[in-house]
Ligand binder design. Structure first.
Ligand code: UDP
Length: 323
């Protein structure tokens, strides 16, 4: 086994961050988490608190002195703290833009001196409404009107990517960028719009499953366990510095079929109800019709081979929500 590392995870009390923290502590690493608990939660990390190799600090990535202090002794940084979920972006555009862009700049500035390896977590939103599928890392990013808040999120993550690449090229900081595609699994909350935990909860309590729009839009859902394991491998691969990787599943499913699958797996007699997008979000909301990543680059780098099928992931979410 390689030498234990000291690792900082920003947003480590969030859904993906907490799974990553779990994996890193299991590897024997010392894990420091910085999280302001805005969308993250102590419930996600309570089971890790007794572990001496796990240290939690409540605070914001916008707190420059705190970030400096927390990066002092660490060997690597996973920067996950960000405004997450379409609902958060639509409800709080200003806070989201500042958190995403300023937060990333503060993290990159803090690691610059010692050139600490850092991973920036980006998003499939980056591709916007490009209709060329599957999305590969070099593809164009296509956005709609400036009056639609949703695109502000894609822009802010785009700025983060450009900042990361500039720190790599101009300052020699080993920055890796990973674009995540619809990651799902236990502990994800449906509160901020995410479809899988929402449908599971609705099915379990006998409420109608709220399909937005026609339900013919597709997504490709990846299991958080596969994703967290891959993040560590990408981070620790010497060839990934200065590069961008898509990470997720390349199997597409329509939201209608997702709803059907969840009804079947839960044995629920809930109905499906159709809600027009403009009843869910205002400000000229546009939804992406299809989304599927080209994951050949990450497959080649780390031999990425997800072990969870969509059914097995949904069963894990159902078990978690039923507990
Ligand atoms: N969605 C839905 N019902 C919900 C929540 C989301 O039909 O209660 C749809 C949403 O409109 C989108 C898809 O499910 O087309 C995925 O939504 P999510 O917020 O999970 O991810 P993203 O939009 O970022 O892909």
């Amino acid at each position: 086994m390689s030498n234990p590392k000291a690792v900082l995870i920003t947003g480590g009390a969030g859904f993906i961050g907490s799974h990553l923290a779990e994996k890193l502590t299991a590897l024997g690493d010392k894990v420091f988490v910085l999280d302001d608990l805005s969308t993250g939660s102590m419930d996600n990390i309570r089971h890790l608190m007794p572990n001496k190799s796990f240290v939690f600090k409540k605070g914001s990535v916008l707190n420059r002195p705190l970030v400096r202090k927390m990066t002092e002794g660490v060997d690597e940084v996973y920067h996950l703290a960000a405004a997450v979920g379409v609902q958060v972006i639509m409800d709080k555009p200003l806070d989201s833009l500042i958190l995403n862009t300023q937060g990333t700049e503060i993290m990159l500035d803090a690691v610059e001196g010692r050139k600490i390896p850092i991973m920036l977590i980006s998003t499939s939103e980056i591709y916007g409404k490009n209709t060329k599928l599957p999305f590969s890392e070099e593809d164009d990013r296509v956005y709609g009107s400036a009056y639609n808040y949703r695109w502000g999120y894609a822009f802010s993550k785009g700025i983060d990517e450009f900042l990361g690449l500039a720190y790599f090229r101009e300052k020699g900081v080993p920055v890796r960028i990973v674009r995540l595609f619809n990651v799902i699994g236990p502990r994800q909350t449906g509160e901020y719009g995410m479809v899988a935990p929402r449908f599971v909860r609705q099915a379990l309590v006998g409420e109608s499953l709220t399909v937005h729009g026609t339900g013919r839009q597709t997504r490709s859902f990846a299991d958080v366990d596969d994703v967290a394991g891959a993040l560590i491998k990408i981070m620790r691969h010497s060839k990934s510095a200065g590069k961008i990787y898509n990470l997720g599943s390349d199997e597409e499913i329509s939201i209608n079929n997702l709803a059907k699958k969840i009804l079947k797996l839960t044995g629920s007699s809930s109905k499906v109800s159709y809600v027009p997008h403009d009843k869910v979000y205002s400000n000229g909301f546009e939804d992406m019709q299809r989304r599927r990543p080209d994951i050949s680059k990450v497959k080649e780098l780390i031999n990425y081979n997800p072990k969870h099928s969509l059914d097995s992931t949904l069963k894990r979410i159902i078990a978690h929500e039923s507990a």
